[in-house]
Design a protein around this ligand. Structure first.
Ligand SMILES: *Cc1c(COP(=O)(O)O)cnc(C)c1O
Length: 389
C-alpha cells in the first residue's frame, strides 16, 4: 500500500465545522426521530413541469447526445442575453460576454485558477458560501476576509481594507442577495465596488444566485447595471434557485469579456460543457421566467412570515429577509452557534446551520432555510415553544 498523502492545497482548506452536527443529525435520523431539517439550501419544490417537458422533448433529439460545445449552445446564450436585457436592461454580447456553466458553483470555484497566482490575494466575505475560499486556495491564492457585520448591513467596509496589501489583491468576491446573511445591497454599493476595483486593478466576481428570490416587491439589481462594471466584473447566475433546478447543474457567468475568456480557457481543459438537452430546457425556463417566478416567491414569502412571525412571538427579534430563502438569526443569550444548533437538535429535533461554519464572523448566528413546507415550519415553531423556551 502506498502512502496516500493529500496535497498541500487540500490541507489548506478550512476545517469542516459541521462534523459534529452531521453526526448528531444522522444519529437522530437513525433513531427514527421526526427531524425538521432547516439546514438545507436546496428548494423542496420540484422543477416546474414546463421545464421537464422541454427536457423530455430535447432528450429525444439525438443531436443533444453528443459532446456539447464547451462555450455553450448559441441558442442558450441568446436566450440568456434576451433575459438579461428584459430583467436588468443590460446588453450582453452572447459571443464573448456570456459563458454557460455546469452550475454556478463550478464557475465560481474555477475562476481564480484563471487569474490568481500563488501568493496573490483574494478578498472573500466572512461569513460566505464556501467555494469562494476553496477556489481561491486551490489557485494558490491567499484569502483575506472582508467581515460582513450587522452594523454595516452585512456589506463589506471597503475603507477598512488594509492599504499595504491592496497592490497584491487580484480578485474579490461578493454575493448579493447574500447567503448566509440574506442581506441585499443597492445600486450604489455595486457602483462603489466597481470604482474600488477599477482604482486598484481588481477582478470582481459577484454571485447572483439569489437574484430572483426576493420579497415584498423588492427587485435586486445586477452589478452589470453599474457604470464601468463591464471593465472589472463578472456576475454568476444560476437556474438552481430561480427554477428549482439544483440537481440539473446549469448556470452562467456574464460580464467582462476577458474574464469570461480566461474562465472558458480553464474549463475547456476540465469539462466538456453542459448536456445540450439541459441547455435547451434552460432556454424554455428563461423564456417563461416572468410567468413562473411569482409562484416561487409567494411560497417562500409565506414560509418566511410564518417562521419569523412565530419566532418573534417567543421574543426572539428575528428579522424578515428581503431576499434568499434563509433566515439569519442571532442565537439567544448564553448560546454559541454550535450549542444553539445542538440544543435545537437534541430538544426539538430541528436541524439548523451554525453560522460559524460560514466563517468566524458567522459566530453568534444560525441560518434557517425556508425549504420545508409551512405546516412543518409551524410545527418547528411549536416545538421550540414547548420544548426549548
Ligand atoms: C446555491 C448557491 C449557488 C448556486 O449554485 P449552483 O452551482 O448554480 O447550483 C451559488 N452561490 C450561492 C451563494 C448559493 O447559495
Amino acid at each position: 500500500m502506498i502512502r496516500i498523502e493529500r496535497s498541500e492545497r487540500l490541507k489548506k482548506l478550512p476545517p469542516y465545522l459541521f462534523v459534529e452536527i452531521d453526526r448528531a443529525k444522522k444519529k437522530a435520523v437513525d433513531e427514527g426521530r421526526d427531524i425538521i431539517d432547516l439546514g438545507i439550501g436546496d428548494p423542496d419544490i420540484p422543477t416546474p413541469n414546463f421545464i421537464i417537458d422541454a427536457l423530455n422533448r430535447a432528450v429525444r433529439d439525438p443531436k443533444t447526445h453528443r459532446y456539447a460545445l464547451d462555450q455553450g449552445l448559441p441558442e442558450f446564450k441568446a436566450a440568456i442575453a434576451k433575459w438579461f436585457k428584459r430583467r436588468f436592461n443590460v446588453e450582453l454580447n452572447p459571443e464573448n460576454e456570456i459563458l454557460p456553466l455546469i452550475g454556478s458553483k463550478e464557475g465560481i470555484a474555477h475562476t481564480p485558477l484563471a487569474f490568481v497566482n500563488p501568493g496573490e490575494i483574494v478578498l472573500v466575505p466572512d461569513p460566505c458560501y464556501p467555494p469562494y475560499r476553496s477556489g481561491s486556495l486551490f489557485a494558490g491564492g491567499e484569502v483575506v476576509s472582508m467581515p460582513l457585520l450587522e452594523k454595516n448591513r452585512f456589506l463589506p467596509n471597503l475603507r477598512a481594507i488594509n492599504h499595504p496589501l491592496l497592490h497584491k489583491v487580484r480578485m474579490l468576491f461578493i454575493n448579493y442577495p447574500n447567503n448566509p446573511t440574506s442581506a441585499v445591497c443597492d445600486r450604489k454599493f455595486f457602483k462603489d465596488i466597481v470604482d474600488f476595483a477599477a482604482k486598484h486593478n481588481i477582478i470582481v466576481c459577484q454571485d447572483a444566485a439569489y437574484s430572483e428570490v426576493t420579497f415584498d416587491g423588492f427587485k435586486s439589481s445586477s452589478i452589470l447595471e453599474a457604470e464601468g462594471a463591464k471593465e472589472v466584473a463578472v456576475e454568476f447566475h444560476s437556474l438552481s434557485k430561480t427554477f428549482n433546478m439544483t440537481g440539473w447543474r446549469i448556470g452562467f457567468a456574464c460580464g467582462n469579456a476577458g474574464i469570461i475568456e480566461g474562465l472558458a480557457k480553464v474549463k475547456s481543459n476540465i469539462d466538456s460543457g453542459i448536456f445540450s438537452a439541459i441547455q435547451r430546457a434552460g432556454i424554455t425556463a428563461l423564456e417563461n421566467y416572468e410567468r413562473h417566478i411569482g409562484s416561487t416567491i409567494k411560497v417562500y414569502q409565506e414560509r418566511r412570515d410564518i417562521l419569523v412571525g412565530g419566532l418573534n412571538t417567543l421574543g426572539w427579534n428575528a428579522q424578515k429577509p428581503k431576499a434568499t430563502f434563509y433566515v439569519w438569526m442571532h442565537v439567544p443569550p448564553r448560546y454559541t452557534s454550535a450549542t444553539f444548533a445542538k440544543a435545537l437538535l437534541e430538544k426539538c429535533d430541528i436541524v439548523v446551520t451554525p453560522g460559524n461554519g460560514f466563517g468566524e464572523h458567522g459566530e453568534g448566528y444560525v441560518r434557517m432555510a425556508l425549504t420545508v413546507d409551512k405546516r412543518r415550519i409551524k410545527e418547528a415553531v411549536n416545538r421550540i415553544k414547548e420544548r426549548l423556551w
